[in-house]
Design a protein around this ligand. Structure first.
Ligand SMILES: C[S@@+](CC[C@H](N)C(=O)[O-])C[C@H]1O[C@@H](n2cnc3c(N)ncnc32)[C@H](O)[C@@H]1O
Length: 274
């Protein structure tokens, strides 16, 4: 594993992903029954935006940095901002939470989370962060194997976040195939897969495979900030939600216009749900 998320923490793709993640967790909390959250590519629990690595790219400025400058937020974005404020008590952005940390702050006493991370250093940080936490299990394991190892969860309800680094671009073309058996094991589970929108990686084969292999209901949510052929290396990002909660579509349609306007420097790109 060469990929290091510290270079990208808090960028527009992270902000979008984490807001959708919060929407999904909030909808699971509509029922009292416990749920399990499985994060297959968990990363670290939090990222130091003042570190040399983060300062090399300053990517967070185009994501969470823009959101933090606003005064009023739609309800779910307010929850997102509150989670970030919790680790930045002086109200200045020093740290950015990873997906595990957003979810941890929203868990109820009856809920659990399972985190797998393959990078040795990132895993060590993750483990240290949660080692005394009875609601969190951390595993130094390949995320794709964790789909086999931990599904279905004993709660029989839950959310699986699949957030691979796509270091090898061909990984994009096998994701539907890899998710299909996991979905067989946990048919009613909510699955959320993050994917990049890059002009040099065609998405049509991915959409086609999902339609062919995934027989449960799906929702694609995409947001972009540059035109598809505008030359940006990452012009947007998407989330594939399998078994989306029935209110998710409406909830996201209320938030995405605000998010797109806040994060779009040149009013380019668009948001889409289909
Ligand atoms: C995009 S980052 C995850 C970010 C995190 N989910 C978040 O939203 O804060 C991808 C992570 O996957 C890890 N990784 C790479 N290959 C992996 C694999 N096969 N299994 C598990 N983790 C892997 C990387 O070390 C990196 O921390």
């Amino acid at each position: 594993v060469n990929y290091r998320h510290i270079f990208h923490a808090g960028n527009f793709a992270d902000a979008f992903k984490h807001i959708v993640l919060i929407a999904l967790i909030e909808s699971l909390k509509n029922k009292d029954a416990p749920f399990c959250y499985l994060d297959t590519h968990a990363g670290c629990a939090q990222y130091d935006l003042d570190s040399e690595s983060a300062k090399k790219t300053h990517e967070y400025r185009t994501g969470v940095g823009r959101i933090f400058k606003q005064k009023n937020f739609p309800r779910l974005v307010q929850t997102y901002v509150d989670c970030i404020r919790e680790i930045n008590p002086d109200d200045t952005l020093h740290f950015y939470p990873g997906s595990p940390h957003f979810v941890r702050q929203l868990l109820r006493p009856q809920d659990h989370m399972i985190l797998s991370e393959l990078h040795a250093t990132d895993f060590k940080t993750l483990k240290k962060h949660y080692h005394e936490d009875k609601q969190v299990a951390t595993h130094h394991q390949d995320g794709w194997l964790s789909l086999k190892a931990f599904l279905p969860p004993k709660e029989r309800r839950g959310l699986v976040l699949i957030d691979p680094p796509y270091e090898d671009p061909t990984e994009f073309f096998s994701v539907a195939e890899k998710i299909q058996p996991a979905l067989k094991r946990f048919e009613t589970g909510v699955f959320a897969l993050w994917y990049p929108m890059k002009s040099n990686i065609a998405r049509n084969p991915f959409y086609r495979d999902v339609k062919k292999l995934i027989t449960r209901p799906t929702l694609f949510v995409e947001i972009s900030f540059w035109p598809e052929d505008g030359g940006a290396s990452l012009h947007g990002s998407g989330m594939l939600i399998i078994n989306p909660p029935w209110t998710l579509d409406t909830t996201l349609r209320e938030i995405l216009p605000w998010l797109w306007q806040t994060l779009s420097p040149h009013r380019q790109g668009e948001w889409k749900i289909f």
